[in-house]
Design a protein around this ligand. Structure first.
Ligand code: NAG
Ligand code: NAG
Ligand code: NAG
Ligand code: NAG
Ligand code: NAG
Length: 364
């Protein structure tokens, strides 16, 4: 995990997520013979001169570097915004968009990072996105490519992305002119895999970072997919279909439905899901990216900090009102549990049977 320390564009009360903790070990001096001390002194002097020489050399290269950086930064959207402290690798990922629909005013020179959450259905991406959107400087505009017309061809896909990254996309998540990270959520089966070459090219050209969000327990994902598609017709919550809920009661009602899995197709299906995720990571491996697992977001607080750090955002505690639907052991959620158990035991998917996710209380 790389640790970055350039916090120059953050305000006094804002913190970045990680600080390097240097520990200084000071040993108590001991009595040593005079000759030994002289030897040490001589050695120290030689070292000193050497360090001085090295420093002089570095100052020269540093000057060259700053020149180089200034040259690169000028390539950005607004020539009057530049940040001399920016690390070189970051330059392609820093943007100063100029929206057509509003003025960025006092935040015109606040840098903006572009991202896309790449995920699969029922992997917790809805919840993950509400968490991210609770950050005052982040706008994630939802599943913009769930609308088929927008992903009909590559030019339409690129045009819609341009609109998002220029801050001209409006959704309930769009924030004010002081957004520091802007993006959207994209399911792998929404034109992403088919058009991956053009999309990777676009990500690299425009400096878009990818956030992969996957669920480790693909059996639970499968249950969630089946339950969600059942509810589309059954509409268990007083005649309305809901994919995400905001109260434990609603969650409890939706969880009463137990799907029956086709045991014969179980392993091929899990293999296919696994392969799809691996293929997506393979396609996008040359873009700047991070891989996040739903289970880690639930169990490990540092995961969300890592995401904020990845987007170079001031670190905040992120919250969501969504409630998890399936909170009981997986054995309670499947009609034909014994078949499923028998099928998966002794395979590499065996761990999916035992796995326990945390209760809804942790997600409130
Ligand atoms: C660039 O930033 C400056 C300073 O904030 C602002 O006044 C100006 O309008 C911006 N220009 C463009 C082209 O965005
Ligand atoms: C791409 O799709 C959009 C939206 O469906 C359509 O308006 C446009 O004509 C299409 N462009 C090409 C080049 O096919
Ligand atoms: C975050 O948003 C606040 C309020 O709009 C703004 O004052 C601040 O400059 C923004 N921070 C960054 C890093 O853009
Ligand atoms: C369904 O409707 C009834 C009557 O209006 C209400 O009491 C109940 O809380 C509702 N249930 C849910 C899950 O919204
Ligand atoms: C949480 O995640 C961090 C970073 O990935 C890792 O170093 C740490 O061991 C994890 N903690 C637990 C309790 O799993």
């Amino acid at each position: 995990m790389p640790i970055y320390l350039s916090s120059h564009h953050l305000k006094m009360d804002e913190e970045i997520c990680f600080f390097k903790q240097d520990t200084l070990v000071i040993k108590a001096p001991k009595k040593t013979p005079l000759i030994l001390r002289m030897v040490v002194l001589l050695f120290t002097m030689i070292c000193g001169v050497y360090i001085c020489l090295v420093c002089l050399k570095q100052i020269n290269t540093h000057k060259k570097m700053i020149k180089f950086l200034n040259f690169k930064v000028i390539n950005h959207d607004n020539e009057s915004c530049h940040d001399p402290y920016l690390e070189q690798w970051e330059v392609p990922y820093v943007h100063y968009p100029k929206p057509q629909t509003f003025e960025r005013n006092e935040c015109a020179c606040n840098p903006v990072r572009y991202f896309a959450i790449l995920s699969m259905q029922r992997s917790g991406s809805g919840w993950f996105e509400t968490l991210l959107n609770s950050h005052i400087n982040l706008s994630s505009n939802g599943e913009i490519f769930s609308v088929e017309d927008r992903r009909r061809n590559v030019s339409s896909i690129l045009k819609n992305m341009d609109k998002v990254y220029n801050l001209d996309w409006f959704s309930s998540a769009s924030k004010n002119q002081c957004s520091a990270a802007v993006g959207f959520k994209w399911m792998l089966n929404q034109g992403l895999m088919e058009n991956h070459e053009e999309i990777v090219k676009y990500f690299k050209k425009r400096g878009v970072s990818a956030i992969f969000l996957f669920r480790r327990n693909l059996l639970r994902r499968m249950i969630s997919v089946l339950a969600n598609s059942y509810d589309k017709d059954a509409k268990q919550l007083n005649g309305t279909h809901k994919s995400h809920v905001h109260s434990p009661l609603e969650a409890q009602i939706l969880a009463t439905y137990k799907p029956k899995l086709n045991a014969a197709l179980l392993i091929p299906q899990l293999k296919q899901d696994e392969a799809t995720a691996a293929k997506a990571m393979q396609y996008f491996k040359t873009t700047r990216h991070i891989v996040v697992y739903y289970e880690d977001v639930i169990n490990n607080k540092t995961t969300l900090n890592e995401v904020q750090e990845f987007l170079r955002l001031p670190c905040r505690e992120l919250k969501s009102r969504q409630v998890k639907i399936h909170t009981t052991p997986v054995s309670n959620q499947i009609q034909n549990w014994e078949d499923v158990q028998k099928t998966l035991q002794g395979t590499s998917y065996e761990s999916f049977l035992a796995d326990y996710e945390m209760s809804s209380a942790a997600l409130l």
